[in-house]
Write a protein that binds this ligand. Sequence first.
Ligand code: ZN
Ligand code: ZN
Length: 392
Amino acid sequence: MTQIKQKIQSAVHNLAPELIEISRYLHANPETSFQEHKAVARLTAYLDKQGFAVNTGIANLPTAFQAVYGKQPSPAIAFLAEYDALPALGHACGHNLIAASSIGAAVALQQACPDLPGRILIIGTPAEEGGGGKILLARAGIFAGLDAAMMVHPDSRTELVKRTLAMTSIKVTFHGKAAHAAATPYQGVNALDAVILSFNAIGALRQQITPDARIHGIITDGGQAPNIIPERAVVVFYVRALDLAYFEELLGRVKNCLSAAALATGCTADIEVDELVYAPFKPNYSLSNIYKQNLQAFNIPITEGSETEGIASTDVGNVSRVLPTIHPSLVICEAGIPVHSPEFAQAAVSDWGQQRMLIAAQVMAMTAVDLLYNPETLIQVKSEFDNRSRTG
Ligand SMILES: [Zn+2]
Ligand SMILES: [Zn+2]
């Protein structure tokens, strides 16, 4: 096994110029959710050239793909590749590095052990930044029958396990009645008042919820002119919580706030809850530990004990509920630089970022080697997954 891992390290070393070029190309051509055509063309052309069986447009998503190598159906290990960018900010979440590290891991593994005792896959997952690509891929059964999935996210610190929050959005359109705001306001029904009351009701609700839960929103339509009583007003809230059952309960309480605001103002409310629910991340400590052991060869300090600190939501959560999944982060910049900032976009194309991308590729490939060549390891990972399912 040590020999294979050494081969992986030298394979990544040889692949480095091309992987760096790919990550720079994605960075220079940022594409937002479901528009990642250039990225997919570049990544799949490379994988095709390396001898992977490539299938683009899986799950009816034109910018999703799957690339497979290996003659034996199982075990099947997936490397997840994100490649979408943010509007205006470009690759300020560093997904160009995620894509390059995941394909690097797979190709290095292929080169180090051409007669793989199993199968490796790269799943190209579009639209992480709004669109929930992985939720749709999971629903379409793309992860069914696979044994483990992994990806490494660049960040300003190195962490092994990060929990994420369940999330969905609620859009509410309040309908009232227009009237002249000075001459005959008493003939109007003020839809904006219903919006204001819903913020106040939700503000009061916030004191009574658990510290992990979040409710936040914006007004997307607040009326047409100050001299018209608004007949229509629209607000969008996101609701989040760490626990799925509590999250469902919270959704109900938020809906009550919205209905109460409509009742108080005499408006009607169209409440639309997005059926795309981001699931909370289900950790797999057995798999994280294997990753950690492989990471230790690179002497990068790890921040531990911050699993639920400063967390948000990601569609990787939905993957983690289908199969054992890890989603660790790796430092690519000074502490304190947040993702989704122009500084982080710079870090995503820096030498530091590229070097860490190459390390992520090696550590993921080495982790996959442990799973593929040591059946006991995979049994342990899977049994943790099954036991955690039972306890929720
Ligand atoms: Zn992001
Ligand atoms: Zn991201």
